[in-house]
Design a protein around this ligand. Structure first.
Ligand code: XMP
Length: 325
């Protein structure tokens, strides 16, 4: 199938068009899948969640969701995925703890593309192993969206585009691959997903791995996870979370000198990034009021171990990408 968005697909700007898309997709998915089983990589992000909801509507119990904890998820994220999909939507969900496996493979790897490729490959391997255990899985569903396809043509290797090893004969199911992010959200609403889930900020497949520039260490990963949780809490409190498209923290592999209790420190720093965008192909920087920034800074410096400095990234896309890697 072509990777170019069909001209017949109108921009999905409202619920009416979204419902039409859902009806047509459900029909197409039923025809494509029949009574076969589909394995879905459910990260819990908007794209895979909407993909899951579409497939649950189309094929119900024949969708097997697999949630892989690769150690690069946000604080409490796995728990939330299980609660939403298993408890609330009644999906078949398998949880895989692959934290050590991913982090061992990523140890000492600092090149961004190599990191992405390792994460992508591990993902495929984990799914393949799971599929072999489950038997009878014919399809692999993915929450690929259109910007992933566009950007994989030369800028970054997005892990969720293609790349299946040849020995696997999964057929790919990518029901939202021609949609931009805002359209995926419209479709999510049309499927009855909660606003809280549909309007959650996008989260990259390689997770916090791309927010730990350089070789990933467990320490820095924890610093990103904790500072991200603080940022999200404070943005929620002051109302910025519903206004800002994407906001997160980064902890590069670099230490600077600081001082605490009259003693020299040599520690990592946290970078805060908050951007607005419509479809991720470009982005502007959100102005964060200084009182909010100071509160976040104080909490990060007090609560996150091993941090002595907090910075703010004010770079739009272009020239920076949204993520640092
Ligand atoms: P960049 O950093 O390329 O990111 O400006 C654009 C948007 O895509 C997200 N992103 C990803 N999403 N898999 C995904 O599903 C990926 O590998 C990936 N890399 C970046 C990023 O968070 C932003 O929203």
């Amino acid at each position: 199938m072509s990777d170019i968005r069909p001209e017949s697909l109108k921009r999905i700007t409202n619920q009416e068009l979204a419902k039409k898309f859902v009806d047509e997709s459900v029909k197409e998915l039923k025809a494509q899948i029949g009574d076969k089983k589909v394995l879905l990589a459910l990260s819990g992000g908007v794209d895979s969640s909407v993909t899951a909801a579409l497939l649950i509507k189309a094929i119900g119990k024949n969708l097997v969701c697999v949630h892989v904890n690769h150690g690069l998820l946000r604080k409490n994220e796995s728990e939330q995925v299980i609660k939403t999909f298993k408890d609330e939507l009644g999906a078949t969900l398998i949880y895989i703890d692959a934290v050590d496996r991913f982090l061992d493979k990523l140890a000492n790897v600092s090149d961004p593309e190599t990191k992405r490729k390792i994460i992508g490959k591990e993902f495929i391997d984990v799914f393949a192993e799971e599929a072999r255990k489950l038997e009878g899985i014919k399809f692999l569903a993915q929450g690929t969206i259109y910007p992933d396809i566009l950007e994989s043509k030369g800028i970054k290797a997005h892990h969720n585009v293609g790349g299946l090893p040849e020995d696997l004969n999964f057929e790919l199911v990518e029901p939202v691959k021609f949609l931009y992010k805002d359209e995926v959200r419209q479709v999510g609403l049309a499927l009855g997903l909660k606003e809280e889930m549909v309007f959650r900020q996008p989260f990259p497949g390689p997770g916090l791995g791309v927010r730990c520039p350089g070789a990933i260490t467990r320490d820095r990963l924890e610093q990103v996870r904790e500072s991200d949780a603080i940022l999200r809490e404070e943005f929620k409190k002051c109302g910025l979370s519903s206004k800002v498209w994407q906001y997160f923290t980064i902890v590069p592999d670099y230490k600077t000198v600081g001082i605490k209790d009259n003693k020299r420190t040599f520690l990592n720093f946290v970078v805060i990034r908050a951007v607005n965008s419509i479809d991720a192909t470009s982005a502007t920087v959100e102005e964060i009021p200084y009182d909010v920034l100071f509160k976040i800074r104080d909490r990060i410096l007090n609560e996150v171990k091993g941090i002595n400095r907090v910075l703010v990234d004010i770079t739009p896309k272009p020239t920076g990408t949204i993520e640092w890697e």
